[in-house]
Design a protein around this ligand. Sequence first.
Ligand code: DGJ
Length: 714
Amino acid sequence: MTYVHFRAAGVSLALDLAGPVPTVLHWGADLGELSDAGLRALAGSAVVEVPHNAPDVPRRLTLLPGEREFWSGTPGLAGHLAGRRTTPRPVLVDARVTEDTLAAELADDITGLRIGLEVQLTPQGLVRLRHRVRRPADDADPGQPYELAGVTALLPLPPRATEILDFTGRWARERQPQRQNITDGSHHRHGRRGKPGPDSPFLLLAGTTGFANRTGEVWGFHLAWSGESHWRIERLPESAPVLGGGEALRPGEVRLRPGDEYVSPDAFFAWSGHGLDGLAERFHGYLRARPSHPVRPRPVIVNTWEAVYFDHDLDRLRALVDKAAEVGAERFVLDDGWFLGRRDDRTSLGDWRADPVVWPGGLRPLADHVRAKGLEFGLWFEPEMISLDSETAREHPEWILSPSPGLGAPTRQQYVLDLTHPEAFDHVLTTMSAAITEYGVAYVKWDHNRELQEAVSRRNGDVVAVAAQARASYELMDQLRVRHPGLEIESCSAGGSRIDLGVLARTDRVWPSDCIDPVERVMIDRWTMQLLPPELVGVHVGSSPAHTTSRRTDTTLRFAGALLGHAGVEWDLTARDEDELAALRAFIAYHKSIRPLIARGTVVNADLPDPATTLRGVVDADATRAVYIWARTVTSPAVLSGQVQFPGLDPDRDYTVRIVGDFGLPQFHGRIHSPWVRQALDGGVTLPGAVLVRAGLPMPALAAQQAMVLDLGA
Ligand code: DGJ
């Protein structure tokens, strides 16, 4: 067996196992059934035995590229043993192939390492790549550790991949796209925050010229890891670009002694022949197929943060619970401010028990009231952090992750708790677990507000602990889930600074941003959903003016913005008038009616020439039901929006289009002239799918910061 050809969901991954290291012949569009002759033709030529500058021989990338094969880009494996053993020459010694996975074992005489490569083409067409680097117990030079500098997962791109799209951001402005051309050299992103951070590349994408939501070929890379990472698109003059990355290891972080093994986080690669939406569909399908994926309807949340901040008071919160129940919420989340002495953000992290002054009876009276009203109770924690002004820090200053000569400066008045310290880990596990049991907590909002500067553990003599801390955090989540079956966790990190498939393997929802201003959130959520299906993405109705931007917005945009996701409310409901509460009740009722669609449907984004407008929707698998949000953030130079095509529908069906006015309509500047809009507002208008999909509907020109919800049924 020389060739392996995996095919799934319109994707082919073809590998050649003839050389010393498996070689990638093709990753991209499905090639159909290929005979051996076909695969030989694909291979074109032998790989490494030819002169590297032969002009008629294609350069091929192996799954562990290195200098031995004339690869002068980032190597697949880097490290050394006291300055020696730096030029690996791995050789394939074993290959097990199943229907969708290659498990290859490479032996390297130079480094003395065994390298396992696990490559899977998932049923959704994602390539998942994992490395295992093992130092055999019988290494001939056992005295020195092998210092692993890094393992990089790379796949080749064709030369027609010319453009890069990835993301950056800051607090309250996460996942901002940035686009540029691929040039010779490295587009290299390196996360050094101890977590992905608000400027995480998130998804590193390459595409054919002008690729867009619905068009063009797109190749994407994502690392399922919540620690530090590096991401790269690299092009050398002698070859087409490559795409990938891996865990970014600090010097000395992984030192392999005989018998030790390093297992990399999973690297995910996705290809789409139908633009960005096609790529998102693969990730969404993959996540939805996980056994741990939340399947019950996502409970509508009322969160206390922007409603009361630190001003906790049982009567006030009970009143908020009553209003939450009245409008139809199903989960009440008590945010920051409930534990020992916590009146602002300067104190108490680490002391996970209810403050006896504010909560003389503990949280039971509130939690019981929440349940009596038929809601679940959720609670905020920031388990990986510690305040200097806390009982925990006073008793155990050595638990703070920081060099022994002294603490550095605090961030948000706080430090990181050393979870690699077994006693510190146990303290958090035990105290959280006790609170979860005592108050019947169904949902933990898990926050993480500080980055990991100077993250060394004093326990073992100031040893670097960035990766170990990330692994310990995962372990803490895993152990809590084992102790409390059914417990749901939200990954929040000063807003959306920890969103990746590593943390998603043990959490059920993410908080994309602390900015709930819908003008900003339209695109933050759109891009978060480039990776995650909408039911995992928390979207809240907030107040106007928005707390983070002071911008006033129309309720249509605030409601519409919170519709297609895991919906919630972060607004002081006790101060709302009856009209506002009625609109919110109608919004929640409508959201609940389309939850099954949101949880199963395909996310679609129209390509529109006007960047101020968006048409985003969720369409059922058989295209019989769809909901779209037509939104405008700012004014545009054009007077009219013109005809807008509706993506994802079936051109051969007829659709009844209804404009959902149950929770507010945009101002149409007086009388409605468009016949279809009038009919769609008045019970619905039936239109051919071909008109919607191909000709497009002349969409009403909305004023700035307005939105309209369209509900379509075949
Ligand atoms: C940051 C989070 O993103 C907010 O939602 C809120 O939970 C605060 N922390 C609480 O301190």
